[in-house]
Design a protein around this ligand. Structure first.
Ligand SMILES: [Zn+2]
Length: 186
């Protein structure tokens, strides 16, 4: 399936393309810097809804190793590390969704945190009568995956733009898993 015939009921979701997830950042995903030019190209295919999520943590977020969590401190709200990749064409982004803002709760998905509290993404998509979502960004095996699964749960036709993602671990398991749950991979 090519990315063509994009209509007004399609949305592009760009997940966490932020400095801390790029090479040189606090939680770098290998080759993450390759995505911005690819995504800038994809945006031009006619998406009228382009939503970028960002991990937007308070300084003492529970996911940080300093707080007993799994990850190095990253994407602290308002810092350089939390900013979008400067090579991403921000002028085409119509909406920004913040996630991980509660110090006591992790939020891999751009739809809701792990306590099930919505970020507003689903309501936004439904208000714009979006039927199909295309996903790209970082990291495939964490936040992109969790967002794709929630998109399926919310009954969106869900398409993963595999080339426009990068993974922390080998991607095969994630791709299999997503495909089994009904995500289309192109
Ligand atoms: Zn985070």
């Amino acid at each position: 399936m090519p990315i063509s015939h994009i209509g007004c009921d399609d949305a592009l979701l760009i997940i966490d393309l932020q400095n801390d997830f790029l090479p040189g950042g606090a939680l770098a995903v290998k080759n993450g810097h390759e995505l911005a030019p690819l995504i800038n190209d994809i945006i031009k295919r006619g998406f009228s809804t382009v939503i970028a999520s960002r991990d937007w943590h308070p300084p003492h977020h529970q996911s940080f190793s300093t707080q007993g969590g799994k990850w190095a401190q990253h994407c602290v709200a308002g810092t350089q590390g939390a900013e979008f990749d400067p090579h991403l064409n921000l002028t085409k982004i119509t909406h920004i969704i913040h996630k991980g803002t509660d110090p006591k709760c992790e939020s891999y998905s751009a739809f809701e945190d792990e306590n099930g509290r919505p970020t507003g993404l689903e309501a936004l998509l439904k208000a714009r009568s979006i039927k199909r979502v295309f996903l790209c960004g970082l990291a495939l095996d964490y936040c992109v995956k969790a967002t794709a699964l929630d998109a399926i749960k919310a009954k969106f036709d869900t398409v993963l733009l595999h080339d426009a993602t990068r993974s922390i671990h080998k991607p095969e398991l994630t791709l299999n898993d997503l495909q089994k749950k009904g995500v289309k991979i192109i």
